[in-house]
Design a protein around this ligand. Structure first.
Ligand code: FPP
Length: 246
């Protein structure tokens, strides 16, 4: 770990990552796209470990978006398989390294075996209080917001909630990320500069860091580069910089 990356006072509490570029990494090496995803899981393991060592409290990873179902069947099946293998192989280590797993995304249309594994990961790590690893799986921010709105509308219709009492906090509490602070830093790899339906509500004041590195090549060192870039930002949350009032 580079010492400069470990600035405890300014460390982002929550880092979210759009892990992009697996397909291009594979193509550049003449390998099938699925091989890029396999290598991407190794990077994921390294970054989870590193983020925990640095002292980040929450790490959210965009692992499968609700739009990813439109990919070729073989690729969707590989991503599902990789998730299964990841939970089966890595859950014991996550439990023992005090990582708490939270899953965000639409659960209702997930295959039963996948849902079971995700729930097992959450249950077995529920008592941990180290890094919280937020796995965005079958996740789409508009879907998440629509589900929150439905739950609010249902409560209003049933007389359990008054329309006037709905605040930003009411909405935040009904998102999948309830109880998790908003991301301070969102990293996207592979040079793309889009949010792609990721954490739309929660990203209101996030800093963005776009890395040209393809996800399978993204290392702890690259993660530290993102932290250093974050420290150099001037976050004002819509207010004025301290000392700039005059
Ligand atoms: C983007 O690369 C990446 C994804 C669609 C999924 C990210 C998934 C992993 C890192 C592995 C899955 C791990 C688990 C635990 C489920 P891309 O295919 O869009 O790359 P491209 O833009 O170069 O084609």
């Amino acid at each position: 770990m580079r010492p400069a990356a470990r600035d405890v006072a300014r460390l982002p509490a929550h880092v979210a990552i759009i892990m992009d570029g697996n397909g291009r990494w594979a193509r550049a090496k003449g390998l099938p796209r699925t091989e890029g995803h396999r290598r991407g899981v190794q990077t994921l393991r390294d970054i989870v470990r590193h983020a925990g060592e640095v002292g980040v409290r929450y790490l959210t990873l965009y692992s499968f978006s609700s739009e990813n179902w439109s990919r070729p069947l073989e690729e969707v099946q590989t991503l599902m398989l990789l998730l299964k293998v990841f939970v089966r192989r890595d859950l014991a280590e996550l439990v023992s390294s005090n990582v708490q797993v939270r899953v965000i995304g639409e659960r209702s249309d997930l295959p039963a075996d996948i849902l079971g594994l995700l729930e097992e990961a959450e249950t077995r790590t529920a008592g941990n209080d180290g890094l919280t690893l937020v796995v965005a799986f079958n996740y789409g921010a508009r879907n998440e917001i629509a589900r929150a709105m439905r739950s609010i509308a249902t409560d209003i219709a049933a007389g359990r909630l008054s329309a006037d009492s709905v605040t930003e906090a009411t909405i935040g509490e009904r998102l999948d990320t309830a109880g998790i602070p908003d991301p301070d830093l969102i990293i996207r790899t592979s040079g793309e500069q889009r949010l792609s339906n990721f954490l739309l509500w929660q990203a209101a004041y996030a800093e963005f860091y776009f890395s040209p590195v393809l996800w399978p090549d993204f290392s702890a060192d690259h993660f530290d580069d993102a932290l250093e870039a974050f420290y150099a930002r001037d976050r004002r949350f819509g207010g004025l910089k301290v000392g700039a009032e005059v």
